[in-house]
Design a protein around this ligand. Structure first.
Ligand code: C5P
Length: 224
């Protein structure tokens, strides 16, 4: 019997890695909700809505109907990539620049409302793994299995740093560390659906777990 799996947690805790593993193993769909907030952020950056000095919320809200986010399955990669107004932005949304502006964008209630209802439509049939910050609390409060991932900030920054270096981005560890800490702070303190562990979520601290170890721990939970 297919179920709904909600994976939440702090930044760079490896939510998407395990979500992708689970989805392909179980033959479920995977929805990366962070990618949706990142795509909106890219739109805002490209349209002078947000920068170091400007955050024009009103313009963003007025232009919500011009922001279309869709997913397209990539056979080679084995997961769905995100499109912003029909353009594949999967690579562009992972830059440190987008990471630096995404949490303020994600505080805007009108944005959350739009994305949450799209997420609910995408996951309306069972057989879905969805990761984010509010999946077990807001998007699917009745999810069959809720996981809450944690790891030390140093560990998370280290992993993210490695990822960005591997894809060829010029970044330094300090900036990544600061971004991880800053995003956690904004995500946990925003007014609308702050990041919090759902009461019935199972917490998994993966600081000391290998990817394989983590996957098997979680797979066991799915089977129980
Ligand atoms: O998961 P990822 O790190 O790509 O998410 C980027 C940002 O998007 C988060 O730091 C958070 O500010 C926002 N987000 C959110 N709610 C979600 C998913 C992501 O607010 N469900």
């Amino acid at each position: 019997k297919k179920i709904t799996i909600a994976i939440d947690g702090y930044s760079s805790t490896g939510k998407s890695t395990v979500a992708k593993q689970l989805a392909s193993h179980l033959n479920y769909i995977y929805v990366d909700t962070g990618a949706m907030y990142r795509a909106v952020t890219l739109y805002a950056l490209n349209n002078n809505i947000i920068s170091e000095t400007v955050f024009n919320k009103e313009k963003l809200i007025n232009e919500l109907d011009n922001i279309e986010i869709t997913f397209k399955y990539n056979e080679t990669k084995g997961f769905a990539e995100v499109l912003l107004n029909s353009i594949n932005v999967e690579h562009q949304i992972r830059t440190l620049k987008v990471s630096n502006f995404v949490s303020p964008i994600a505080t805007v209630s009108e944005i959350r409302k739009k994305l949450v209802s799209q997420q609910q439509r995408l996951g309306k049939d069972k057989g879905v793994v969805m990761d984010g910050r509010d999946i077990g609390t807001v998007v699917f409060p009745d999810a069959d299995l809720k996981l809450f991932m944690t790891a030390s900030a140093e560990e998370r920054a280290q992993r993210r740093y490695k990822e960005l270096i591997e894809r060829g981005d010029a970044v330094n560890y300090e900036d990544i560390y600061n971004n991880v800490v800053e995003r956690d702070l904004i995500d946990t303190t925003r007014k609308d659906s702050p990041l919090v562990k759902a009461k019935d979520a199972i917490e998994i601290d993966n600081s000391q777990l290998t990817l394989d170890g983590q996957f098997h721990t979680i797979l066991q939970l799915v089977k129980d």
